[in-house]
Design a protein around this ligand. Structure first.
Ligand code: COA
Length: 388
């Protein structure tokens, strides 16, 4: 049983005036309208949402009903899996359709972060780490990725220039994304140089190595094969994978994102494709070091050699495998619970030739990789344009 994306919705990301409820309503309405679906036709709603104390409005599962009363009395459920909450919600929807329990599912990802103060945000995000190992960490999640970056540098040499290249690449891509939080190019020198406007956040990571704090939402309508044929547009899940790794870093090799590697291997194998078949990938660049290590996990380069993918130009928009043509989390923004849904929406729009200035010409096959925590929750998808 195949599952299709037949409609998408996406808010602007950034520091927004809209409330969580308004963001949810905006993207849900847009996704339903673009799929030609009435709310009454939806069998279930899943909403990816992290929160972790950053927003007073907890328990968001039913908020969408206020704008779409046709959804009243449908099963609506919040799904939480840290920064991968959005992908986790998508997987719940696919499972329901695959099990024959639903024909159309509305999946929303939403987060409201910017109204909280920095301390509350830092504490909330750190909630997604293993508490005994996060004690005393003052730089929030950036501090944890900074430890990994430092270990990577200690083993493979200083890669701060490559991290700056990743930041500059994703900011350059984000310039063409009208929904991105930052639509401003930052050059490699600016990203590489510590300055008042680009201070050190923790260890080797500067501000430009971090995804920002963001508000935003995204939504999509999933449909089973038999009901998706009438849809004006559709993109098929060719394969999807989900792996979970130990939370304590002390139980893992910090130089390898093993759960990510397994998720990539599984999804490529199940889809029966190779990286060479992909036109692009949207991957989880919550910090630039994460994107560098994901090149290695996906099999683009051997471990420790991720820099090659940059230095040989493979991951740029006109390269062999463009990575994060939407601007990625780094430039598009990272409203935690929305991110996984946003990545799938951006990928679906690429495949439907609706990506505007971010479009990769002729894209037919694309991948998404979204992770929660320090590569604890790992979700990979391969999406294909449906030409039936
Ligand atoms: N990248 C580039 N520029 C950024 C930025 C980022 N991540 N974050 C903020 N800026 C810019 C702002 O737009 C602002 O620019 P302006 O002066 O031209 O308006 C300037 O930097 C200052 O913004 P401010 O919000 O005061 O920055 P900050 O130093 O308080 O916060 C971080 C920057 C990186 C610490 C913050 O964005 C952060 O904590 N990011 C990580 C979030 C996270 O951990 N997410 C979970 C990942 S798993």
């Amino acid at each position: 049983m195949h599952t299709y994306i037949i409609g998408t919705g996406h808010s602007r990301f950034g520091k927004l005036e809209q409330s969580l409820e308004e963001l949810i309503a905006q993207v849900a309405i847009e996704a339903l309208e673009s799929s030609g679906t009435d709310p009454e036709e939806i069998d279930a709603v899943y909403i990816g949402h992290f929160n972790s104390g950053m927003c007073d409005q907890e328990f968001p599962a039913s908020l969408v009903l206020n704008a779409l009363p046709g959804l009243r009395f449908k099963p609506c459920t919040r799904v939480e899996n840290a920064c991968a909450s959005g992908s986790a919600a998508i997987h719940q929807g696919i499972n329901l359709i695959a099990g024959g329990l639903a024909r159309k599912v509305l999946v929303i990802g939403a987060e409201k972060m910017t109204q909280a103060d920095a301390k509350r945000i830092g504490k909330g995000l750190l909630g997604a780490s293993y508490q005994p190992e996060a004690q005393g960490e003052t730089a929030g999640f950036a501090g944890l990725f900074a430890r990994i970056a430092q270990q990577y540098f200690d083993t493979h040499g200083d890669h701060s220039h490559e991290l700056a290249k990743i930041a500059a690449k994703n900011h350059a891509n984000g310039v063409h994304n009208p929904l991105a939080q930052f639509q401003k190019a930052l050059d490699i020198d600016f990203c590489h140089t510590q300055s008042e406007r680009n201070p050190v956040v923790s260890g080797p990571l500067k501000r430009t190595d971090c995804s920002p704090v963001s508000d935003g939402a995204a939504a999509l309508v999933l449909a089973a094969d038999n009901v998706s044929r009438a849809a004006p547009q559709r993109v098929r899940f060719l394969a999807r994978a989900h792996t979970t790794d130990y939370m304590p870093m002390s139980k893992r090799n910090p130089l390898i994102l093993e759960g990510a590697t397994l998720a990539w291997k599984k999804v490529l194998c199940d889809a029966d494709v190779t990286l060479d078949d992909l036109a692009f990938a949207e991957v989880h660049d919550c910090f630039t070091i994460a994107e560098l290590m994901i090149y290695e996990s996906m099999g683009l380069t051997p471990y420790g050699k991720g820099a090659r993918a940059l230095n040989e130009g493979w991951v740029y928009k006109d390269g062999r495998l463009p990575i994060n043509p939407s601007g990625g989390l780094k430039s598009k923004g990272h409203p935690v619970g929305a991110t996984g849904v946003s990545m799938h929406v951006m990928a679906a729009r690429q495949l439907l030739e609706q990506a505007g200035g971010c479009q990769i010409p002729g894209a037919r096959l694309g991948a998404v990789f979204n992770m929660g925590g320090l590569a604890v929750a790992n979700y990979a998808s391969i999406l294909v344009r449906d030409s039936e």
